[in-house]
Design a protein around this ligand. Sequence first.
Ligand SMILES: *[C@@H]1O[C@H](CO)[C@@H](O)[C@H](O)[C@H]1NC(C)=O
Ligand SMILES: *[C@@H]1O[C@H](CO)[C@@H](O)[C@H](O)[C@H]1NC(C)=O
Ligand SMILES: *[C@@H]1O[C@H](CO)[C@@H](O)[C@H](O)[C@H]1NC(C)=O
Ligand SMILES: *[C@@H]1O[C@H](CO)[C@@H](O)[C@H](O)[C@H]1NC(C)=O
Ligand SMILES: *[C@@H]1O[C@H](CO)[C@@H](O)[C@H](O)[C@H]1NC(C)=O
Length: 191
Amino acid sequence: MHVYILLVLCVCVRGVTSFPNGEVEESCQSMTPNHSEFKSQTSSSPYKVSVNSTTFTAGQTITVTLQAAENASEFQGFMLQAREVDGKTAVGRFTSINTVQSRALNCFNIENSTLSQASADKKSHFEATWEAPTNSSLGDIQFVVTFVRDYPVFWNMVNSSTIRSTSPINTPSTTRFTVILLALTFTSINL
Ligand SMILES: *[C@@H]1O[C@H](CO)[C@@H](O)[C@H](O)[C@H]1NC(C)=O
Ligand SMILES: *[C@@H]1O[C@H](CO)[C@@H](O)[C@H](O)[C@H]1NC(C)=O
Ligand SMILES: *[C@@H]1O[C@H](CO)[C@@H](O)[C@H](O)[C@H]1NC(C)=O
Ligand SMILES: *[C@@H]1O[C@H](CO)[C@@H](O)[C@H](O)[C@H]1NC(C)=O
Ligand SMILES: *[C@@H]1O[C@H](CO)[C@@H](O)[C@H](O)[C@H]1NC(C)=O
């Protein structure tokens, strides 16, 4: 009986601390909880990540919402990052962090680049605010989330829709620059 209780306790505690702290670079990248004996579900995720904007620019804030489908069970854990489309590292940082519901991790040496659950309380909804960096120009981004329903059941790296970067250093402005150059060239030819 005692052994059984201990086992249950052990599983629960490991369930709570399913994501390592930000010092474990490998988990920051794979976004896989430390449940090595279990694999990500292959079915489509009953949990979604949505955003309040389709575009962003340097320094802009975006509201990110994690939500369980109406008929789905609640989730216990999550790991949330913004990444450039197909990027392997987190970009930007979370602000106004709700430290009751989440804890911030410093993945990839960026303070608060990643959020994870603060407890294994069941939740159907979680909201966070993310801020685009002001000192670098990003391409298009997506929010990427691993949802943990309970200890053995998780969905690895669920993506939001793509949020288009409208920062100046992008193809459109390169095109504009080329057009100006061409115009100048033609002007000099005419002279
Ligand atoms: C996973 O947990 C085990 C045991 O708790 C630990 O030894 C190992 O370093 C952890 N791995 C990662 C990637 O956090
Ligand atoms: C999205 O949410 C952020 C943070 O609350 C807010 O500053 C921004 O204006 C919102 N954007 C849109 C398009 O509603
Ligand atoms: C939940 O609802 C979706 C559509 O809203 C449906 O495709 C799915 O089969 C339902 N899942 C369960 C477990 O009832
Ligand atoms: C941008 O600023 C963050 C901290 O705010 C820093 O970690 C990062 O190295 C800076 N990036 C560049 C390209 O300067
Ligand atoms: C990171 O988040 C903590 C709250 O969890 C806050 O105190 C700290 O100022 C934040 N750091 C940055 C660079 O935003």
